[in-house]
Design a protein around this ligand. Structure first.
Ligand SMILES: NC(=O)c1ccc[n+]([C@@H]2O[C@H](COP(=O)([O-])OP(=O)(O)OC[C@H]3O[C@@H](n4cnc5c(N)ncnc54)[C@H](O)[C@@H]3O)[C@@H](O)[C@H]2O)c1
Length: 435
């Protein structure tokens, strides 16, 4: 017998208002009653004031939204659909840390009612929703999963800072414990993107799909990173080689670089752990992680080598960009820190500039003082571009050269990790290098 679920009469609560949850809550609130709940009182107070410290949603949109923000879980107890978007990080041993998602599940277990639906969006490995979270909710509520309350899973694909792939236009995968709930989720999420929903056969399939998407990307980048290292030894330019290879119809043109952030550098460890749990030793997945995690040290070695070639020791280096990727202010798990620390260990003096990263946050997380404005007077032996923020892409050769020393015999280095200045005509006093 069908469950006769009617979205029209349902209230939605989003649990965890970070990079994923807050924009989702605001987007869903266009179509029906939505509340956003977070344990972080400061975050909730900021959002109520119209301030998104992640800079994803403007104050005007936040002030206009019908979404109600709260730090009191009792306020969301009358919802029928709960969407969980809390962090799923790794610990110091690179093992999945499910602590936060477990705590959120226990808290929901204390307010869940018969007929409610709990959808997880946090990235996990297959089985976490039904075999880890479900039993926690059952224990806290005394209700039965799949009978009294229903679980769903819908992996999040948004890519902060990406204006092309947005909640409104990317295909969303959904899955649930039964077809009626899955259909309700198709309707719920479909409101936001014109019905562009893929219904996965079951929750574990949807969980696995997310884990392999990011692991695949990680491995592809790792391959290109390894290729770049060997091409460097050949004295060849990886970008030129990739450009030539890209003329083949089925070559995948990934670019070398640092792999930071809390998705691509993290999710493969979730997949690896789930492999080990079922008795499969993951080789390729972990090899990709190892290669990518070593890139910071490799890049610092290259910069140090080029400086040495130009007789520049104990050099003054200006690192451009600190966030984990371009045009966002997110510094969590940025791998630029590996480059900065390795360069300092080699005896260089390093200044770091980033137009987006928050100075206080960098100090708190990494005990590092960064510049939010480019230095007025100082000149450097090396400019090391790490993050291709638009502001850097727009810099012409004259602006770049303003920051390099040109007053002695040795040439200065411009190290362009992302190859964004390859069309610039640098003067002879500059040795232009890239990954
Ligand atoms: N950021 C991305 O680009 C992205 C993309 C796809 C998937 N994901 C996944 O989405 C999930 C959330 O990521 P994020 O980047 O939004 O994290 P985030 O750290 O930006 O936000 C998480 C929020 O959850 C809150 N929180 C923690 N415990 C809570 C609890 N018990 N109850 C209520 N709120 C709680 C935190 O205070 C924080 O505001 C993760 O699993 C992540 O892997 C993230």
């Amino acid at each position: 017998m069908g469950m006769n679920l009617k979205l029209k009469n349902m209230k939605v609560a989003v649990v965890g208002l970070g990079y994923v949850g807050m924009p989702l809550a605001v987007a869903l609130a266009k179509y029906g009653p939505v509340q956003g709940y977070d344990v972080n009182k400061k975050r909730v107070a900021d959002l109520k004031e119209g301030w998104d410290s992640n800079r994803e949603i403007s104050s005007a949109v936040l002030r206009a939204t019908s979404c109600e923000f709260t730090d009191n879980i009792a306020d969301i107890a009358d919802s029928q659909i709960y969407i969980v978007t809390v962090p799923t990080p790794i610990d110091d041993n690179n093992d999945p840390d499910l602590d936060i998602v477990e705590k959120a599940s226990a808290a929901l277990g204390r307010i869940v009612k018969k007929g409610d639906i709990i959808v997880y969006e946090s990235t996990v490995y297959p089985g976490v929703t039904e075999d880890v979270c479900g039993p926690i909710i059952e224990r806290a509520s005394g209700l039965k999963s799949g009978e009294d309350f229903f679980l769903g899973y819908s992996p999040e694909r948004i890519n902060p800072g990406d204006e092309v792939h947005t909640v409104e236009n990317i295909t969303k995968v959904v899955a649930a414990q039964n077809d009626d709930v899955a259909d309700l989720l198709v309707e719920l999420y479909g409101q936001m993107n014109g019905g562009n929903i893929f219904k996965a056969v079951d929750i574990k399939t949807a969980e696995a799909s997310k884990a392999i998407e990011n692991a695949q990307r990680d491995i592809n980048i790792a391959f290109i990173n390894e290729v770049t290292m060997l091409l460097n030894k050949h004295g060849l330019c990886a970008h030129d080689v990739i450009e030539a290879a890209s003329t083949k119809w089925n070559f995948l043109p990934f670019r070398p670089g640092l792999v930071g952030g809390h998705c691509i550098g993290v999710d493969p460890y979730y997949l690896a752990k789930s492999a080990i749990d079922v008795g499969h030793q993951p080789e390729v997945i972990l090899a990709g992680r190892k290669t990518n995690d070593g890139m910071g040290a490799y890049i610092a070695d290259r910069i140090d080598y080029y400086l040495g070639e130009n007789d520049r020791r104990d050099a003054d280096i200006l690192v451009l960009g600190f966030t984990f990727k371009e045009n966002i202010n997110d510094i969590r798990n940025t791998k630029v820190i590996d480059v900065v620390r390795a360069l300092k260990d080699k005896g260089h003096n390093v200044d770091v500039h980033d137009p987006h990263a928050m100075v206080d946050e960098v100090k708190d997380y990494y005990d590092l003082d960064i510049l939010s404005a480019l230095p007025q007077e100082k000149q450097y032996d090396c400019i090391a571009l790490m993050v291709p923020h638009s502001a850097y892409k727009e810099m012409g050769v004259e602006t770049i050269c303003r920051y390099v020393k040109s007053d002695n015999d040795a040439r200065s280095i411009v190290y362009d990790l992302k190859h964004i200045w390859n069309n610039q005509d640098f003067p002879d006093s500059v040795d232009y290098k890239y990954l």
